[in-house]
Design a protein around this ligand. Structure first.
Ligand code: DAH
Length: 340
C-alpha cells in the first residue's frame, strides 16, 4: 500500500503539472478523487490492511490527500491568473481624456465682459426675482400702460410690496438701471449688467429663459456719438472688423430718443441674403436715458445725461455663429455643443 501510495503521488504530480486548462484540471481531480478515482480506490483497500498497520496507513493517506489538493489548488490559481491578465502593449498610443469646455453662453459672457471692461464698464449683478417698481415703474412704464405688454412677464405669486408692487421674474436687465443709479449716487456711472431674463415666449429665436447684457453710462455731456462709438467698438471686437452698425429710430418708454441697433449680416456682409433680406440684422434696443428715469434714480437730468442699451446674448451668439435656432443652446446635445 505504501508503494502504491507513492506511485499515486508521483503520477498525480505529473498529471497536474501537465494540464493547461482548468477544464483539464477538473478532469484530473475526478480521475484521482472521483467515485472510482485512483485515490478513492486506494482508500477502499484500507479495510484489507492488518489492524495494527491501519492507523499509520490512514495517516499516510491523509497526508497524500492534502498534498495532492494543494497541488491542485496552486495549479488552479496559476491558470486563472494567466487568463485574466490581459497583455499590455506598452507601445500603443494612449487614449486622450476628453475635456469639456464652457457653454457657448458662458463663453460669450466672458468675451462681452472683457470688451466692456476695457471701456471702463464694471460688471454688476441685480435681482432675477424683481419688484415691479424696478422692472417697469421707474422705467417710465406706469401700471396698466400698454407698453408693458411687450415684456410678456411671469409674475410671482407673493404678497405685493406696499411701495414696490408685485414680484416678477425680471423680463429684462433694464431693472438694473435705477438700482445702479441709487447705488452709485453721483455719476460717472458705467454699468454692465448681465443676467438671466424670463418671458412667456418660445420659438426659433426665443426661449422662456434667456440672457441679456445691459449697459448704462451716465455722466456730464454724454451724447448720441458716444453711444454710437461704443457700439462700433463692441461690434468690431465681438463680430470682427468687417461688420458695422447703424441706428434705426424706435420707441422705448425709458429712452428718448430710442434706437434699434443693427449690425451688417454675417452671412452676406451687408449685401442682402435669404437669411437677413436687407443686409442688416437687429442686435437690440438702446437710447439716451429718459429724464424721468434719471430722476427716479435721484440724478438731475439738467446736469447729467446718459445712454443705455440692452441686448440678448443668445441672439448675439446666433448672429456671430449663424446658428439657425437658439433653442439648440439649451437642449444639451453634446453633438451641437462640442462644435464650439
Ligand atoms: N430692455 C429692453 C428690452 O428688453 C431693451 C433696451 C432698450 C434696453 C433700450 C435699454 C434701452 O437699456 O436703452 O427689450
Amino acid at each position: 500500500m505504501d508503494k502504491e501510495l507513492k506511485e499515486l503521488l508521483t503520477h498525480a504530480r505529473a498529471r497536474i503539472g501537465s494540464v493547461n486548462t482548468t477544464k483539464d484540471l477538473d478532469q484530473v481531480y475526478i480521475e484521482i478523487f472521483g467515485k472510482s478515482g485512483e485515490f478513492t480506490t486506494l482508500t477502499k483497500q484500507l479495510g484489507q490492511v492488518p489492524k495494527s498497520k491501519r492507523p499509520k496507513i490512514g495517516q499516510l493517506l491523509n497526508e497524500a490527500k492534502k498534498e495532492i489538493e494543494q497541488h491542485l489548488e496552486k495549479k488552479r490559481s496559476a491558470l486563472s491568473a494567466g487568463r485574466s491578465a490581459t497583455p499590455i502593449d506598452i507601445t500603443a498610443p494612449g487614449e486622450k481624456t476628453k475635456i469639456g469646455h464652457l457653454h457657448l453662453v458662458s463663453q460669450a459672457i466672458e468675451e462681452i465682459v472683457s470688451i466692456f471692461k476695457q471701456l471702463g464698464f464694471s460688471l454688476q449683478s441685480y435681482p432675477e426675482v424683481e419688484w415691479d417698481w424696478y422692472a417697469f415703474e421707474t422705467l417710465n412704464m406706469p401700471k396698466n400702460h400698454p407698453a408693458r405688454d411687450d415684456w410678456e412677464t411671469f409674475f410671482i405669486k407673493s404678497k405685493p410690496h406696499p411701495n414696490l408692487g408685485n414680484q416678477v421674474l425680471t423680463p429684462h436687465t433694464s431693472n438694473g438701471q435705477v438700482r445702479e443709479m441709487l447705488r452709485v449716487k453721483t455719476p460717472p456711472i458705467r454699468m454692465l449688467n448681465i443676467a438671466r431674463c424670463y418671458r412667456r415666449q418660445i420659438d426659433i429665436s426665443h426661449t422662456p429663459m434667456f440672457h441679456q447684457f445691459e449697459g448704462l453710462l451716465v455722466d456730464k455731456n454724454v451724447s448720441i456719438p458716444d453711444l454710437k462709438g461704443t457700439f462700433d467698438y463692441f461690434t468690431t471686437r465681438f463680430f470682427g472688423p468687417e461688420r458695422v452698425t447703424r441706428l434705426r429710430q424706435h420707441h422705448f418708454r425709458f429712452t428718448e430718443p430710442s434706437f434699434e441697433v443693427d449690425v451688417t449680416c454675417g452671412v452676406c456682409m451687408g449685401r442682402g441674403c435669404r437669411f437677413c433680406k436687407s443686409g442688416w440684422v437687429e442686435l437690440g434696443g438702446s437710447g439716451m436715458v429718459h429724464p424721468r428715469v434719471l430722476r427716479a434714480g435721484k440724478i438731475d437730468p439738467e446736469v447729467y445725461s446718459g445712454f443705455a442699451f440692452g441686448w440678448g446674448i443668445e441672439r448675439t451668439i446666433a448672429m456671430k455663429t449663424n446658428i439657425g435656432d437658439i433653442r439648440l443652446l439649451y437642449q444639451n446635445d453634446i453633438r451641437f455643443l462640442e462644435q464650439f
